[in-house]
Design a protein around this ligand. Structure first.
Ligand code: PNW
Length: 476
């Protein structure tokens, strides 16, 4: 057996993608509610008003998790349900908070270990309007710290905390490409506001400081009694050189991972930004004050890893344009020899490449000293899945194979390479609101019937998850 007997596995979701009930029980609007209302931002003008209606179906979702054998469940909290206006001097909405307290009680009662993400992109809209949200270096970290404290205090039974989901997406997709809320970009055809050369780097910096503040609060005020752990979740692809003979492509591969992952992980583990980023971005990358560095360095109890795909990387020559965020390189699906990285999916950025998963786990482990890793997301969409009749959607052999291959790659990273991976959460428990792609792209292991009362039906991939992990995990 390749994985230790205490290895955790389960499924993941996020509040805005599944909850719906956006106006229920005193929830305030988030930037995603506002963004969805802007014509042209979301496929087919979709929004999160109903989504999977999970806010009203917690018992059903827990039953589903139990039936699938899920040992843990990663979900996120809607900040604006708990503090509708978001700020540290704004009122708390007890109903919203109680909802999550009960949900955690019910999960534990069902024998499922909760992993709570505090922030999965749905910032209270008021904070964006009040002071520019993530762009505000003093207010945002302090308001996040307050929100985190409110939640830690109310939910001592949760022992696994993730501060931020994918700060890369919150910075680049929200402040450079404008693809995600609040949609800032330098491209004036897409947005009246934004500066892609500076804002993403400022947002990223402030996210790191906010993470550091929340971790300090947890460690000083709660961890001694509650004995939980806290970390951040970062996303990143593995990379292969387009031309393995070209040292510049080999170097660009490393740089691509640094721009995606080490942007956040280096400050957390080493207290500084990667040299490659400093070199390209210069003073557009904020400088850590001593206080900020003290908050950020050493602030991970574990590394949360979201991973989906790999790319071939070709270096570019000359000075990078000001809106470049990849590290002056191109990503491609084919290499020089004509090999393909993996088959197409419904997501333009995702092609399965399980070997890259094992390789990236090794890359991270080596660079950051073999930290405990929880894979907090991994999964795939399927090209054309949404166009199929429901019965065919349920036979998701492509996704089933993806999970099989990726789980085996992970098991090899643990048993053959000595990496310290402690858990795995598949994205996603069910089909849900896939951000700018609306409900067109399905990532679920369970089908959600949006036309007929949001009924959940396990696909083949959901049913095969337990046998898959049973075959890899040692019996205690
Ligand atoms: C992650 N990219 O997002 C998120 O954490 C989930 O909420 C999301 O549903 C899931 O992956 C599937 O998309 C990403 O463009 C979105 O590279 C886009 C990218 C990466 C991750």
């Amino acid at each position: 057996m390749s994985l230790p007997s205490d290895f955790l596995w389960g499924f993941a979701t996020a509040s805005f993608q599944i909850e719906g009930a956006t106006k229920q029980d005193g929830r305030g609007p988030s930037i995603w509610d506002t963004f969805c209302a802007v014509p042209g931002k979301i496929a087919h003008g979709a929004n999160g008003d109903i989504a999977c209606d999970s806010y009203n179906r917690t018992a059903e979702d827990i039953e589903l998790l139990k039936k699938l054998g899920s040992k843990c469940y990663r979900f996120s909290l809607s900040w604006s349900r708990i503090i509708p206006l978001g700020g540290r001097n704004d009122p708390i909405n007890q109903k919203g908070l109680d909802h999550y307290v009960k949900f955690v009680d019910d999960l534990l009662e069902a024998g499922i270990t909760p992993f709570i993400t505090l922030y999965h992109w749905d910032l209270p809209d008021e904070l964006d309007k009040r002071y520019g949200g993530l762009l505000n270096r003093t207010e945002f970290p302090l308001d996040f710290e307050n929100y985190a404290r409110v939640v830690f205090k109310a939910i001592p039974k949760c022992k696994n905390w993730i501060t931020f989901n994918e700060p890369w997406c919150s910075s680049i997709l929200a402040y450079s490409t404008g693809f995600f809320a609040p949609g800032h970009t330098s491209d004036r055809k897409k947005s009246p506001i934004g500066d892609s050369s500076r804002e993403p780097w400022i947002a990223g910096h402030n996210l790191l400081v906010a993470h550091g503040r929340a971790v300090k609060v947890y460690r000083e005020e709660f961890k001694p009694n509650d004995k939980g752990q806290i970390g951040i979740t970062l996303n990143g692809d593995y990379t292969y050189p387009w031309d393995p003979e070209d040292p510049a492509d080999v170097e660009a591969c490393n740089r691509k991972i640094e721009f995606a992952i080490s942007w956040f992980a280096d400050p957390i583990y080493f207290g500084k930004y990667p040299d490659s980023m400093l070199k390209q971005l210069g003073d557009r990358l904020p400088t850590f004050t001593d206080e900020e560095r003290g908050l950020v360095q050493g602030s991970n109890d574990f590394y949360g890893m979201n991973h989906y795909t790999a790319d071939y990387v070709k270096h570019k020559t000359g000075t990078a344009p000001e809106d470049d965020f990849l590290g002056n390189l191109e990503t491609m699906s084919y290499n020089k020899a004509g090999d393909c990285i993996g088959p197409e999916t419904q997501s333009f950025w995702l092609r399965p490449n399980p070997e890259g998963f094992r390789a990236l786990i090794n890359w991270l482990s080596k660079r950051y000293g073999y930290p405990p890793i929880y894979v907090t997301e991994n999964g795939t969409s399927i090209k054309g899945e949404n166009d199929l009749p429901k019965d065919d959607i349920l036979k998701d052999g492509f996704r089933t194979k993806y999970f099989h291959d990726y789980a085996h790659a992970l098991a090899d990273a643990v048993s053959k390479d000595g990496c310290n991976v402690k858990g795995y959460m598949a994205w996603s428990l069910m089909d849900n609101f896939e951000w700018a792609e609306g409900y067109e792209t399905r990532f679920g292991c369970c089908h959600v019937d949006y036309e007929n009362g949001q009924v959940r039906t396990p696909k083949e991939s959901a049913k095969k998850m337990k046998p898959l992990f049973d075959s890899l995990i040692a019996k205690s």
